[in-house]
Design a protein around this ligand. Structure first.
Ligand code: CMC
Length: 429
């Protein structure tokens, strides 16, 4: 029997259905609430609002669980490649060998970008943040590939998806090369997705890029860990913008813009900047912890805390191990890693962080992994964006295919002035 919740308003009892997810989470379906009672619900920041039913990613913030299509992220990080995880997210199941080969070939086929797009890069002012460039370039992709209609057939959607997945990686590497005044390196058919990206970033006519399996593995893991995170801010932006039935490029461009902020995907850059500042100040952590705990100070310990995880972020645990592994392999030391570990140790024993359930999130250690493989600081959020792309695409696709699809349009409680008359300018005092 369907479970119900009862709501009493002014003495009248209303019954609302309870929806139960496949992992037992429950939600009160309030979609008929306004019609029946005249009331809406108020939930600033949507902290307790389910915006959709989704079968892509499961998270349990209390237990620190993250699964894509049912598979724990730890297993994917250990055994999978990024492209295989992308396939899993978008298609719902792991590919067979043949399906994976076909998908990889499709990504290779679409990896070049129109030469005219280079002119855009060349005309951005020096110092433009690559996230701003990426967001507008992804939007611009539609101008170069206009044959894709807004309401698309399956095959056309697959082509657009392949284009996005492949070209975003090429655009990201191009933006880096051009910003440094270096010649663009084109994608290579003989290289797999992650190795191809590293080659486009770092190959040089005077010093060919030398692949290291552990570095390629680290990038695969980095992107797998970022690949989806259910209804986070940028994914919610993609779904919301996409709900107006705009083309996929525009919806993804909105997701990149949302991801840019330091509370979201910009946090990986902000963490390394914070650790660098601590290092530059002699490594004393206490002033930073004091500031983070001060209610009157806007400073926050970057890379700590999460809207959903109230325990250790499972991605952070893997990323921390990855830092040690890559640095050991490259026979390097990074003083910022020592600072990060010390900071974590102290914060996790501090009553403020314990009471607020603040633990390291994915961004706390990810920047150190990126630094170790040579990614420049301002490209960190772009790396997050490339990783999150399959998540955005699968969530967009799911929302597109949802028979109960609706335009996203929240309501509000108006708190402004009551009705009043227009006053001509000469009568305003
Ligand atoms: N340092 C110090 N205090 C914090 C922090 C932090 N990093 N995060 C939250 N708090 C405190 C906050 O001041 C508030 O305290 P009080 O209740 O005493 O006023 C309380 O914890 C709740 O904070 P909130 O901002 O209401 O909680 P939220 O769920 O909206 O915050 C967050 C989530 C990620 C925005 C926040 O934890 C934060 O700003 N963290 C730093 C930025 C960061 O690392 N972002 C990356 C998130 S993970 C990657 C991703 O998925 O985007």
């Amino acid at each position: 029997m369907e479970k119900i919740a009862k709501l009493i308003v002014d003495g009248t009892t209303y019954e609302l259905p309870i929806v139960t997810g496949s992992e037992g989470e429950k939600a009160i379906d309030i979609s008929s609430l306004r019609e029946e009672t005249g009331l809406i619900t108020l939930d600033p920041g949507f902290a307790n609002t389910g915006s959709c039913q989704s079968s892509i990613t499961f998270m349990d913030g209390e237990k620190g669980i993250l699964r894509y299509r049912g598979i724990p992220v730890e297993q994917l990080a250990e055994h999978s490649r990024f492209v295989e995880t992308v396939y899993l997210l978008i298609n719902g199941d792991l590919p067979t060998g043949e399906e994976l080969d076909r998908f990889s070939a499709l990504l290779n086929d679409h990896s070049l970008v129109h030469e005219d797009m280079r002119a855009f890069f060349e005309n951005y002012p020096r110092g433009t943040h690559p996230m701003g460039i990426l967001s507008s370039m992804v939007n611009a992709l539609r101008a170069f590939y206009p044959e894709i209609p807004e309401r698309t057939e399956e095959e056309e959607i697959n082509k657009t998806v392949a284009r996005l997945l492949s070209k975003v990686r090429t655009l990201a590497a191009m933006s880096y090369r051009i910003s440094r005044g270096h010649k663009v390196v084109y994608p290579r058919h003989d290289l797999l997705y992650c190795a191809n990206f590293l080659n486009m970033m770092f190959d040089s006519p005077v010093k060919p890029y030398v692949f290291d399996d552990d570095v390629v593995k680290a990038l695969n893991v980095f992107w797998i860990l970022h690949a989806d995170h259910e209804q986070n801010s940028s994914t919610a932006a993609v779904r919301l913008v996409g709900s107006s039935r705009v083309n996929l490029y525009a919806a993804i461009s909105a997701g990149i813009a949302a991801l840019w902020g330091p509370l979201h995907g910009g946090a990986n850059q902000a963490v390394v900047e914070m650790l660098q500042e601590i290092y530059n100040c002699g490594g004393d952590l206490s002033p930073f912890l004091t500031k983070a705990k001060d209610k009157n100070d806007p400073f926050r310990l970057m890379g700590f805390g999460h809207r959903v995880y109230k325990t250790y972020d499972p991605r952070a645990r893997i990323m921390k191990r990855m830092c040690d592994k890559v640095l050991k392999k490259l026979k390097r030391k990074d003083p910022l890693l020592d600072i990060a570990k010390k900071l974590e140790e102290i914060a996790l024993k501090d009553p403020y962080f314990i009471e607020h359930h603040l633990y390291p999130n994915v961004d706390f250690y990810s920047g150190i992994v990126l630094r170790s493989i040579g990614i420049p600081l301002n490209m960190f959020p772009v790396m997050f964006a490339i990783g999150r792309l399959p998540g955005w695409i699968s969530q967009w696709k799911e929302s597109h295919e949802d028979p109960n699809w609706k335009l996203h349009r929240p309501r509000q409680v108006y708190t402004g002035r009551k009705e009043r008359d227009y006053v001509p300018i000469e009568k305003r005092g």
